[in-house]
Write a new protein. Sequence first.
Length: 359
Amino acid sequence: MQYMTGWEDEFKINKSAYIKIMDETLNQKQETDISFLENSLSELHDRDFVIACASGTDALHISLLSYGIGLDDEVLVTDFSWLSSASCVAMVGAIPVFCDIDLESYHMSLDSIKRMVSDKTKAIVYPHLFGNMSDTTEIEEFCAENDIIFIEDSCQSIGSSYKGRIAGAIGDVSTLSFNANKNIAGIAGGGAIMTDDYEIAKFCRKAVVHGKGEFLGRNSKMLLFNARVIDYRLQSIWEYQTWRQKNAEVITAALGKHIPKLFRVQNDPNVDHNYHKYTVRFRNVIERNKMRNAIGAAVHYPDPISSFPMWKDIPHRKDDTVNARLLCDTIMTLPLHHYTDTQKVHDLANLFLRVVDDN
């Protein structure tokens, strides 16, 4: 079974709309204002300022720059996520400090954060992984008490919320990604920086256009056509999310009797989950790999970030991230998206259960 994003099917269904968007875009000048998308994201997340950029990685990188984080500063990061959650720290010359996760949420462990904090700690990059969210109150309070900037990595969690508090509305600065595999995707990636701080927003807006010659920035503008596509898809965010949740319910119901054989994320009832990924966790790597090979699933993520060879030449610190290593060996992502029809979901569930029963 091939791992798909769903946008292939969505394009076929809405092809005429995309042709119209392209026709309208090509009849406008290249440097057209894209504030329409920023306004849509601002309204969705109740943020005062939104700055669109070229990628989620750029959004994280520029967020760190906006607070002046650089050489000899330390930034707390997770050891279980996509690489850019940590690599952006090294990009500004700061030192990534890898923290462990808890095995209930797969998010950064407060205990690990407290172990690894130092007088050099300036910020934390906190991802809401797979669209799941946790109660971040204690971590936010810890950051406030220790003058640590809370950078919320919402790149996988657009539309998710915890007790009505939407992802992207929590951090001192928050980031989004519109990569092809995201719940809302562009046709050329894309990202966004969100904040309520006027000075931070002003810096970020200049930074995406080479610093406007006032400081060293980068070329991270979002193209008009990409912005139009993202804005068009954003209008259906709740419809897509409902479909993903219904698909997840089918899988969850099918797996119910097999919980002793495998472990899945026990979702907090306070979370409105966008199911960017539907993950299950097995008892060991052998069981996981048998299932992965049988149904063509993916693994997010097979290795802790700190294990990548790039860190041999980059200063960093690391906790004993035993939980991150365990999760890398036992987690698996099922091939679901918002355009997976009900029959395919049932077929996937049945195939999954046959393999589980055989083992």
